[in-house]
Design a protein around this ligand. Structure first.
Ligand code: COA
Length: 182
């Protein structure tokens, strides 16, 4: 399993993943491709641009998207990292978001991708990463706790009215990965 930066090339399974993600799940935002598969190329261009453009303002921050790729080269998920966060991401979203397609869950991909995402944040100079998790999201909560996330407390998300638990993680932390993902 590996992370692959999203570029204008489309690895197998990419379109299906984005269509399945739709408008998003549990606070991990969807893409325009979820509503209109014809927007795939525009979205890929946007990802390349937003990963490399210098931040212009607090409303336009660098964002890096990575495919989670299995050992056969197929896309099974998506990871998003924000090396610098603004007030909105401080409230909701944090430095890191992750999504594994339903058919590939509970196989270890989430955990393996989470560790690689923390490594990338560390290389971007982020020592402590914020992750916000909806209170009902048991799978995400076990991920964050497996990596030693220290809970800061709960906030109510302005947009959804849902309770978000907030965790800070040391990006140099290592956890023992039970390597199920192939
Ligand atoms: C959260 C998510 C990425 C986890 O991906 P995954 O590939 O299933 O994760 P893993 O297989 O690595 O499992 C991670 C941990 O969660 C646990 N877990 C998995 N599914 C679970 C569930 N439904 N309920 C409770 N725990 C669960 C696993 O047991 C594992 O813990 P363990 O190592 O102690 O056994 C995935 O469920 C997902 O994409 N959800 C929708 C999007 C989302 O919620 N993103 C997070 C926004 S904050």
């Amino acid at each position: 399993m590996r992370l692959l930066a999203v570029t204008t090339a489309t690895p197998p399974g990419a379109l299906e993943l984005l269509v399945g993600l739709g408008d998003g799940e549990n606070g991990f935002g969807g893409t325009p491709v979820g509503r209109d598969p014809g927007k795939l190329d525009d979205w890929l261009d946007y990802c390349v641009h937003i990963a490399t453009a210098p931040p212009l303002s607090d409303d336009f921050l660098a964002q890096m998207n990575y495919w989670i790729i299995d050992d056969t080269g197929f896309v099974v998920g998506l990871v998003r990292i924000f090396p610098r966060i603004n007030q909105a991401l401080l409230n909701h979203g944090g430095h890191l978001g992750y999504y594994v397609a339903p058919a590939y869950r509970s196989k270890g991909y989430g955990k393996a991708a989470f560790r690689l995402a923390l490594d990338r944040l560390r290389r971007e100079g982020v020592k402590r990463a914020l992750v916000t998790v909806e209170s009902h999201n048991s799978a995400s909560l076990s991920l964050v706790q497996a990596f030693g996330g220290v809970e800061e407390g709960e906030r109510i998300d302005d947009e959804t009215g849902r309770a978000l638990r907030r965790f800070w993680l040391d990006t140099a932390c290592r956890t023992k990965i039970r390597q199920k993902a192939s």
